[in-house]
Design a protein around this ligand. Structure first.
Ligand code: 13P
Length: 331
């Protein structure tokens, strides 16, 4: 078993998943302001520290994805944030892309940036304690999108990023996110996501990536938010499984879904159904949720010290339910 494969399995095995807490300061500002908490480094740290010191971490969270600001912060408990996370048994990770910008040649689409200087930044993050990383490519669906240009360019960037990350001794999360915005059907989501994931693996192979040392973080195959007929849980599970089976090599140790704007309950139900119905999958199938894990905790916390414990319990409950879903044993 390679060193990278070992790290990936530590993050994803035994009913564990990933807590995605890598919101940029812009996104985190929107989240905090939604509960009337001013967004500053102290409050962002306070909320994240509340999550990372929850008892929900130890049994259910195998990895935490951090943002640059947080990985450099020292917790109020006088330990660095990576130390706090490692103490819970989870692996610290870091988002290393610098965001999605307008794609030249297809102005309504985006290309994720951050390759320049990445090798040097990775070395710094490794020293700070990170052992896995994340890079998100983003695609939207319409009658003409995602374009070939967007599918190709984002896959190429994801593969070059992965090569640099593995060279530095860390596990890359490869995240191609096909957005749920629009009114397209689950079948369209299936077709477009299949094309996107297939291209990602072609590029990963060209870039000589050790597939046993990556984690794939895809969207589930769901109906778009404004689609008049929403696919039910069974259909989402069937289509998502079919898409993965066709396009993801079995060497990949794990697939950890993003929640992507689904409700927290649905994100759990979908994962549960897949693991219940398809128990013969070659990969660990788990969660790497941001909103679906944090939403309740944030709304309970509201920036108040006296709500801290209750907020931690909200995270514990969501993490526990998703952990059960990794073996199809939720309810
Ligand atoms: P959501 O689960 O909120 O979609 O966030 C996951 C993530 O990391 C998106 O890049």
């Amino acid at each position: 078993m390679s060193k990278l494969n070992k790290i990936a399995l530590k993050i994803l095995s035994d009913g564990k998943g990933i807590l995605a807490a890598d919101e940029s300061n812009g996104t985190m500002t929107k989240r905090l302001e939604s509960v009337n908490v001013p967004s500053n480094p102290e409050n962002r740290l306070l909320f994240r520290e509340t999550l990372f010191s929850s008892s929900g971490m130890k049994d259910f969270i195998g990895g935490v994805i951090l943002y640059d600001e947080t990985i450099n912060q020292t917790s109020n408990l006088k330990q660095t944030i990576p130390e706090l996370i490692s103490k819970s048994g989870a692996v610290p990770g870091i988002k290393v892309d610098t965001g999605a910008k307008i794609l030249a040649g297809s102005q309504e689409e985006k290309i994720t940036e951050g390759l320049d200087g990445l090798r040097e930044r990775l070395k710094d993050y490794y020293k700070l304690g990170a052992r896995f990383t994340k890079w998100r490519g983003v695609y939207n669906i319409s009658d003409k999108y995602p374009s070939k240009l967007s599918i190709h360019s984002n896959a190429h960037a994801l593969a070059r990023y992965s090569a640099l990350v593995q060279e530095c001794g860390m596990v890359p999360i490869v995240e191609p996110e096909v957005l749920m915005d629009g009114d397209h059907s689950a079948e369209t989501c299936f077709n477009k996501t299949s094309e996107v994931i297939k291209k990602c693996f072609e590029e990963l192979m060209i870039n000589k990536i050790d597939l046993s040392g990556i984690i794939l973080k895809p969207n589930m195959i769901i109906s778009a938010i404004d689609c008049p007929v929403q696919a039910d849980v069974e259909k989402v599970a069937d289509l998502t499984y079919a898409c993965l089976k066709e396009n993801v090599p079995k060497d990949v140790p794990g697939i950890a879904f993003l929640s992507g704007g689904q409700s927290a309950d649905l994100a759990t139900l979908h994962l549960n159904k897949m693991n219940k119905k398809y128990s013969d999958m070659p990969w660990n199938l788990t969660f790497s949720y941001g909103r679906a894990l944090q939403h309740d905790a944030l709304n309970t916390w509201e920036g108040k010290k006296e709500n801290r414990k209750e907020a931690q319990e909200s995270l514990l409950l969501r993490a526990h339910n998703n952990s059960l879903a990794t073996s199809g044993s939720k309810d």
